[in-house]
Design a binder for this molecule. Structure first.
Ligand code: ZN
Length: 218
């Protein structure tokens, strides 16, 4: 996604200059993830500073309008031990153990912490990696509902993906996915929840119908 130079804040520009060279080259620093082959690091695409940050109200309530926790202790009380360890403490579930790694049921995957719709079954594919894999986030933007941040932990160069609304750790994104995007969002099952009632096909059809009605009324 092209980012107009004028939209880049100086502070972020400085970060980009530091971060991009490290991501541009493939090198021996990459290590195999548990149970998988060495991932190809995807270039950090950068924060879209033109996107407005969520308002305080949006950031503080979940999909049902309930207040979101503000502290780790509050999150711990709200989530299961596994969800808390992965979504709030950046843990990783063991490969082939999560409940969604090979699920192809139609629906929308919401953030386990705040309920925000993040991925849909339309973009899901079964990956040999053992975690739920998606070719794109629900809004098809590299920095939309899913935020991307360079992650140098464990001696690896990766791009962490988090829920933009509540900051929940979701997983990482790699550039070894299938066509057409070539992108693999490698997500922990514990960080997401499948909402079968939220059908991405129906939602798209509704938008098209709205457009047709608008045209007919013109
Ligand atoms: Zn969230």
């Amino acid at each position: 996604m092209p980012i107009p130079a004028r939209s880049l804040a100086p502070a972020f520009l400085a970060l980009s200059l530091l971060a991009i060279p490290a991501f541009a080259a493939d090198g021996p620093a990459q290590k195999a993830r548990p149970g998988g082959k060495a991932p190809a690091a995807r270039p950090f695409l950068g924060e879209d500073s033109t996107k407005a940050a969520p308002t305080e109200d949006e950031a503080m309530t979940d999909a049902d309008g309930n207040p979101l926790p503000k502290t780790l202790a509050e999150w711990k009380a709200r989530l299961t031990a596994e969800q808390f360890q992965i979504a709030r403490l950046k843990g990783t579930e063991r490969a082939f153990t999560g409940k969604y790694w090979k699920t192809m049921t139609k629906g929308t995957y919401r953030c386990i912490c705040c309920g925000e719709p993040l991925f849909t079954s339309k973009d899901k594919f079964v990956s040999e990696c053992g975690w739920p894999a998606f070719s794109a986030p629900i809004d098809k933007q590299a920095d939309g509902k899913v935020a991307e941040t360079p992650d140098f932990s464990f001696g690896m160069r990766r791009v962490e993906v988090t829920c933009r609304k509540c900051g929940a750790h979701l997983g990482h994104v790699f550039n070894d996915g299938p066509p057409p995007t070539g992108i693999r969002y490698c997500i922990n099952s514990a960080s997401i929840e499948l909402d079968e009632a939220f059908d991405p096909d129906t939602a798209e059809k509704s938008e098209k119908e709205k457009g047709t009605e608008k045209k007919a009324g013109e």
